[in-house]
Design a protein around this ligand. Structure first.
Ligand code: DAH
Length: 369
């Protein structure tokens, strides 16, 4: 840096000459103009207006000038810095506005785009079917009775006229609960609720009981180890098979519309006489029977699909519950909920009920509701 000097010689401080300062300004303006974004402009400001910029360094030289020269040079540098600062401010405004505009365009929200709604659940077909059946029976004046899933051997078998050595016990693959000496099991049917309802509510009795049942079955296209049944029980004076038939026809119509039913003699220990009810095949309507050209997979060309078990309550069941079987009689029935839905909707694989795919539930809701 040059010291105070009375004989001011501009050449000694050439950085302060008019040409030099104009050159600094021209460089600064060019750099400012060339900056295409605010980041680049910031760099240009640093280089041309910062502490180490030629104009800042020149400014520091002023103090070394003879007093006579300071004023003029001071004004020159001051003006130069002012022009550069102004240009930078103007460019800053321009670039910031352009950047704001660009970001507004890039981040624009299209209010007309379809909104992705949160996924909605669906009622499980078993729940929907139980509700539908319950509506039918509540409409007839029945009550809904419940029983435990962990049941006693006595309620599940003995009281239903299935003593220990009865061969029908072997048909229901029972899941026993240890210790075996407690005689507890996971109920294999909803029929034990018949016993509980008779004991707790007495007669006359009109109840249905939907719920889970358990069997040590394989998990395959036609079996689940846990499935659902709905039990029905009526005990009153003068109840007969005709009442049973009329009630089940009413249920069939409410669930399936105009469909033919038939009763076949069968055996259940808790009913006498007993029957199975079949529905006419929804697919071939019986046309496949004796017609090898038109085989039907749904009913295996039998024309009928097995639906439920039923009968007149065995007097021994009434007696086990302290009901006078000379005065009272009744009917009972039990059906599989999943099986009923499969009959109704032609669902081919019972495992779909436990896979949890909401599309399955949605596809059956219309039919079950
Ligand atoms: N509990 C029987 C089963 O699981 C179904 C059944 C048949 C229930 C006849 C009844 C009935 O109430 O009367 O196979």
């Amino acid at each position: 840096m040059s010291g105070p000097n009375d004989n001011y010689d501009p050449k000694q401080v050439s950085a302060l000459s008019e040409e030099a300062v104009d050159g600094f300004v021209a460089d600064a303006l060019a750099a400012i103009e060339a900056a295409t974004d605010t980041g680049a402009l910031k760099q240009a400001r640093g280089a041309h207006m910062g502490d180490k910029s030629p104009l800042a360094l020149a400014n520091r030289e002023i103090g070394a000038l003879p007093p006579a020269a300071r004023k003029e040079v001071g004004r020159r540098i001051g003006e130069a810095r002012g022009r550069v600062a102004q240009a930078a401010a103007a460019r800053q405004e321009e670039l910031a506005a352009a950047e704001l505009e660009a970001s507004l365009v890039a981040e624009r929200v299209d209010m007309t785009l379809p909104v992705e709604l949160a996924p909605e659940g669906a009622l499980h077909p078993v729940t929907a079917m139980i509700e539908k059946m319950t509506d039918v029976f509540v409409g007839l004046g029945y009550e809904v009775a419940e029983g435990p899933e962990l049941e006693t051997e006595w309620h599940n078998f003995d009281a239903l006229n299935l003593p220990e050595d009865h061969p029908a016990r072997g048909l229901q693959d029972t899941l026993w609960v240890e210790p075996m000496t407690d005689h507890k099991l996971l109920r294999t049917q909803t029929s034990p609720v018949q016993i509980r309802a008779l004991l707790e509510r007495g007669v006359p009795l009109y109840v249905i009981s939907p719920g889970k049942v358990f069997r040590s079955d394989e998990y395959d296209a036609t079996h689940l180890p846990v499935f659902h049944q709905l039990e029905g029980l009526v005990v009153d004076k003068g109840i007969s098979m005709a009442d049973l038939r009329g009630t089940l026809d009413h249920l069939a119509k409410a669930l399936f519309g105009d469909v033919e039913t038939r009763m076949r003699p069968h055996f259940f220990p808790f009913t006498e006489p007993s029957a199975e009810v079949d529905l006419q095949c929804f697919v071939c309507h019986g046309a496949s029977v004796g017609n090898p050209d038109r085989p039907c997979r749904t009913c295996r060309s039998e024309g009928w699909i097995e639906w439920l078990g039923c009968g007149v309550v065995n007097p021994r069941v009434l007696q086990a519950c302290g009901v006078d079987s000379d005065v009272y009689s009744g009917f009972a029935f039990g059906l599989g909920i999943e099986r009923t839905i499969m009959n109704r909707n032609g669902a081919p694989d019972i495992r779909d009920f436990v896979e949890g795919d909401i599309r399955f539930s949605r596809s059956l809701l219309g039919g079950a509701r």
